[in-house]
Design a protein around this ligand. Structure first.
Ligand code: 3PG
Length: 208
């Protein structure tokens, strides 16, 4: 699968921070029950790799990827845990080279035209606009569409139920990512019904 196909499968990608691998499978089931099919587990907790492994084992029909990758060893660990795609807040030479040999889609983070052009030079035409709201949001995406018509984006950072549809309506936006579907307090209290509700609302958002 290429990055574009992956994004289209979203088009909303829950960005998950898991502190306890024991809840990973229930959390994934709750998201899937609401219609999510692509999940991103951020590598910023100790539990992330184990959580990803459990999701892969228990939910074989769901696409599970790793986010917040900053180094080659992290990418290797994520692939070892079964990551089917990789996402980074940025792009380094080391990550670009690791991603080319990874054999799974890699979506680098960009925040400016120069970064987007650099990522394109490295062969990545689907990019994460990050942190989307802070760097200009929808207006930036509209401004990039003219000079950089080949690029497609998955904005993340500050996306929520109230602004996701406007992002998805942009022709150069393939998907959006965000943590609003998995609030910490809902995970903490194992309020899976609330997470399923949030996921179902998000699943109802379609491309404009
Ligand atoms: C991230 O990598 O943290 C994502 O962009 C999520 O951002 P959010 O918490 O603002 O949705």
């Amino acid at each position: 699968m290429d990055a574009l196909t992956l994004m289209r499968k979203g088009p909303v990608i829950p960005v998950i921070v898991v502190n306890d691998a024991a809840v990973a499978v229930d959390l994934a089931h709750a998201l899937v029950a609401g219609g999510m099919t692509v999940l991103e587990v951020t590598l910023r907790t100790k539990a992330a790799l184990a959580a990803m492994r459990r999701m892969r084992d228990e939910l074989p029909d769901v696409i599970v990827g790793a986010g917040t990758l900053r180094t080659r060893p992290q990418m290797e660990a994520a692939l070892d845990a079964g990551a089917q795609f990789c996402v980074s807040p940025g792009l380094t030479p080391e990550l670009a080279s690791a991603a080319r040999s990874a054999g799974v889609p890699f979506i680098p983070g960009v925040a400016t035209p120069s970064e987007a052009m650099h990522a394109q030079d490295e062969g990545f035409l689907v990019q994460k606009l990050f942190p989307a709201e802070a760097v200009g949001g929808v207006r930036l995406l509209q401004a990039l569409a003219g000079p950089l018509p080949d690029l497609r984006f998955c904005p993340t950072g500050g996306i929520h139920a109230g602004n996701a549809a406007e992002y998805l309506a942009q022709p150069n936006v393939m998907a959006v990512g965000g943590s609003w579907l998995t609030p910490d307090d809902a995970i903490g209290t194992r309020d899976w019904a609330r997470i399923t509700r949030l996921a179902a609302e998000a699943a109802a958002l379609a491309h404009g």
